[in-house]
Ligand binder design. Sequence first.
Ligand code: SAH
Ligand code: SF4
Ligand code: F3S
Length: 478
Amino acid sequence: MNEIKMQLTEKLDGAKETERQHMYMEKAKGYVETLAGKLNRTPTCCVTTFGCQMNARDSEKLAGILEKAGYRLIDDEDADFVIYNTCTVRDNANQRVYGRLGFLNSLKKKNPHKKVALCGCMMQEPSVIDKIRHSYRFVDLIFGTHNIYKFAELLVAMFESKEMIIDIWEDTDQIVEDLPIERKYPFKSGINIMFGCNNFCSYCIVPYVRGRERSRNPQDIIREIEELVADGVVEVMLLGQNVNSYGKNLDEPMTFAQLLQEVEKIEGLERIRFMTSHPKDLSDELIQVMKDSKKICRHLHLPLQSGSTRILERMNRRYTKQQYLDLALKIRKEIPDIAITTDIIVGFPGETKEDVDETIDVVQKVKYDNAFTFIYSKRTGTPAAAMEDQVPEEVVKEGFDRLLKVVQDTARERVSLLKGQTLKALVEEVNEQDEELLTGRLSNNTIVHFKGDKELVGKIVSVYLKECHGFYYIGELV
Ligand code: SAH
Ligand code: SF4
Ligand code: F3S
């Protein structure tokens, strides 16, 4: 065996673990300084995100620890340390990682000091680890989703070993607070409010790679947001696989709607977003809190997955077509200016043309402001992967194209309704194609481009929505 598997260290309480990891950050700094001496410059690092917002937030944690250890963060995989934070929700996410690993190997051959690490959801799958162990021997460090807080300790282990280090845990109930985080945007930030998922939708790998649902304490969440606001953040996105079940497993249970009301009180915070809502747990209390709020954005992501009750049952989604429709239309009635977006899967085992018709019917009734449509991807180990009636590719493609057209037509129709209004936008960046333009995001998540000074990035401004271009607007600063 020429690789080292880390031992499961004795579990410490959260605060002690934080202290321990800070000690490892200091130790890692020593190694990075030695490397700087050899290179005669500050060593660089690059963190590449492959997955969802939660994956992106984890990348900010990795970046925070790397900076603390003395690396300079760059956006180029030519860096001295490269870490891929992987995703495995659909097979194409995995294929992208394998494809790019070959390229990393060629870079590593040119830089003898280069180190390569892999982490994230894909690493929680034993078959992936086997494959990397055999076919990608140049990788220096592999860990999973449950022990990301130990990254500093793992970095030190990597510097002290010539072998491949592998440390994967099956699950954890540990939440470690107060580790450094390097944000991508100074003015907006994701915040984990819970980890894991207990829903086991029959197609989905997430519960297997992210473990059981655990909520963070409200005090820790509020404190983190207060610190972010003091550091210039005006918009937060509360993150969880199913935010509507937040707080159920806390010592003092609390609902998601109650948490939102606490977050609303934070002075200086201007906008609150959240992701993702499971329709089966979305309460009237939440609709009321959203309706009354001045800070919660007018946007709800409400994954449908399928409009066919028969398929929903096989998906283990625990709502029917009618229940979903009743909920979505109730929200539209209560909060007329809200944008509703969704996720839909086409080609789930056993899905027929009639099932796709049911999905299209829901799209036509709800009129989503935007919808992400995915082709079903078989994930080994999930119940759906073992179902016999997998749908042939050409049938999936036909259903997918039919659905996509309706989704695009209804979204265009919804977005065009904003024409002529003047609304608030958070300026996110200078437009990549045209430096004279700024790109802003409306409360309802629609994008608007308009002329303005780059000093406005991070500010909330009023914009007149002049021309609708399908899914975005060209506007004028008011
Ligand atoms: N927790 C969120 C979604 C997490 S995954 C929720 O419950 O909605 C994001 C999206 O990926 C899902 O909404 C689903 O549409 C899609 N997805 C998940 N597993 C998939 C699979 N096996 N094949 C295709 N799409 C999938
Ligand atoms: Fe996957 Fe369902 Fe959990 Fe979302 S709620 S992460 S789709 S199992
Ligand atoms: Fe997110 Fe992908 Fe993991 S969607 S939770 S990074 S499998």
